[in-house]
Write a protein that binds this ligand. Structure first.
Ligand code: NAD
Ligand SMILES: O=C(O)C(=O)C[C@@H](O)[C@H](O)[C@H](O)COP(=O)(O)O
Ligand code: ZN
Length: 363
């Protein structure tokens, strides 16, 4: 029996369902319902997730397809690059996948971003679906169609907007997730609350004890809430011409830290650090009180997320921040907070202000 699904839509331009399930048993029906049965399929997964879940997924896919192959790449952000995409293309060609075929992304945000980009470029674009298995991927990366890879230490520098045909969450997969990865998902969840929903932010802080036990009901509530918020933003602004940039709260300085740390700090951890920097700049402008700043830091501590980074030079972080692709005509597009749960895009943040944020996160 399927749980209630969410539809992501925009003027008929794209429309796809997000399924919230607790096993894989509805997957073949979901594919059939979306008109995807009968296609040749390639499961794309990493070396950690494939041994855990690929066989179960393959068994489901084989109910609706005669041809299911698999591409497995080494786990980790260090492999979200063009080399891995080339290996994926090789696999797709060797297995005869054509324009009507389907890429099945099974894993976290790295797998989803990489597979989605591979699908967007292969034969000028074939369909793909997302089966996210990390909390971060279930609350954020699997929805919205941002796909891409890192390029020579530049985060997500090469990519495409390519919407999945469906997103299928088996929320039970989260039970095998290591604690650090769980924390990363919480970084994006706290970000989501801070962007536009103080009530949700407060809920996530107040219920930290039960959330940290990975209580399935709590997880389901948070996942649905984040997907609904993100779907709303993406429906209104699919290609980040405006409002969607708010989803980048904490990412401008966060991405700089992520690449300077050679991806040894995880994305969700860097987003948390970036939130502290953004909060410090917002406080400097008088937009956040000391108390609100402290609340943001405390929320990250509740989920064992780092507040600062060690061993990086502030000037290096500044330089890396200004090389981010969020620069527009020499000016950085920064997301500031105007209280908890309220954000806006600002293009007037100076180097001096950036350094206030950067000093707040450097030890
Ligand atoms: N496209 C977007 O909108 C978007 C949004 C947020 C983040 N991202 C990207 O997502 C990436 C981060 O995603 P992530 O945190 O999921 O990282 P990830 O995909 O590397 O997964 C984290 C780790 O958990 C393992 N794993 C995954 N599922 C598991 C499970 N159920 N049980 C045990 N282990 C499991 C993976 O093998 C990996 O080692 C970054 O590259 C970031 O840039 C993209
Ligand atoms: O979906 C979006 O839009 C986001 O910004 C979500 C972010 O959490 C995510 O990390 C995204 O990949 C960042 O995109 P980028 O364009 O800043 O690289
Ligand atoms: Zn992110």
């Amino acid at each position: 029996m399927a749980e209630e699904k969410l539809l992501v839509k925009r003027d008929g331009e794209f429309c796809y369902p997000i399924y919230f399930e607790n096993d894989f048993s509805f997957l073949s029906q979901a594919l059939t319902d979306e008109g995807l049965a009968g296609k040749s399929m390639c499961i794309v997964s990493d070396s950690t997730v494939a041994p855990l879940y690929a066989d179960q997924v393959k068994a489901e896919l084989l109910k609706v397809s005669d041809h299911v192959c698999q591409f497995t790449f080494p786990a980790g952000e260090a492999h979200k690059n063009l080399d891995t995409v080339q290996d994926l293309f090789q696999c797709l060609i060797e297995n005869g996948l054509d324009r009507k075929s389907l890429v099945v992304a099974l894993g976290g945000g790295v797998t989803g971003d990489l597979s989605g980009f591979g699908a967007a470029a292969y034969l000028r674009g074939i369909d793909f679906i997302q089966i996210p298995t990390t909390l971060l991927a279930q609350v954020d990366s699997s929805v919205g169609g941002k796909t891409g890879v890192d390029f020579r230490q530049f985060k997500n520098m090469v990519g495409a907007f390519h919407q999945p045909r469906l997103v299928y969450m088996n929320m039970a997969t989260l039970q095998s997730l290591p604690e650090r990865e769980f924390g990363c998902g919480m970084g994006e969840i706290l970000k989501t609350g801070l962007i536009c929903d103080k009530g949700f932010f407060d809920f996530v802080c107040a219920n930290y004890k039960v959330i940290r036990t990975m209580d399935p009901e709590m997880l389901a509530v948070m996942i649905r809430k984040c997907c609904a918020i993100k779907a709303g933003v993406v429906e209104r602004d699919p290609k980040e011409q405006g409002e969607r940039a708010l989803l980048n709260l904490g990412h401008t300085i966060g991405h700089a830290v992520e690449k300077l740390m050679n991806f040894n700090l995880l994305h969700g951890q860097c987003v948390g650090i970036g939130l502290v920097a953004a909060a410090a700049i917002s406080r400097e402008r008088g937009l956040l009180t000391n108390g609100e700043y402290e609340q943001i830091c405390h929320s990250l501590e509740l989920y064992n997320l780092p507040l600062y980074v060690e061993g990086l030079s502030p000037m290096d972080i500044l330089a890396a921040t200004k090389k981010d692709k969020k620069m527009e005509q020499g000016q950085i597009k920064f997301i500031l907070m105007d209280g908890l749960g309220k954000t806006f895009i600002d293009k007037t943040v100076t180097d001096q202000e950036l350094l206030v944020g950067i000093h707040a996160i450097c030890r």
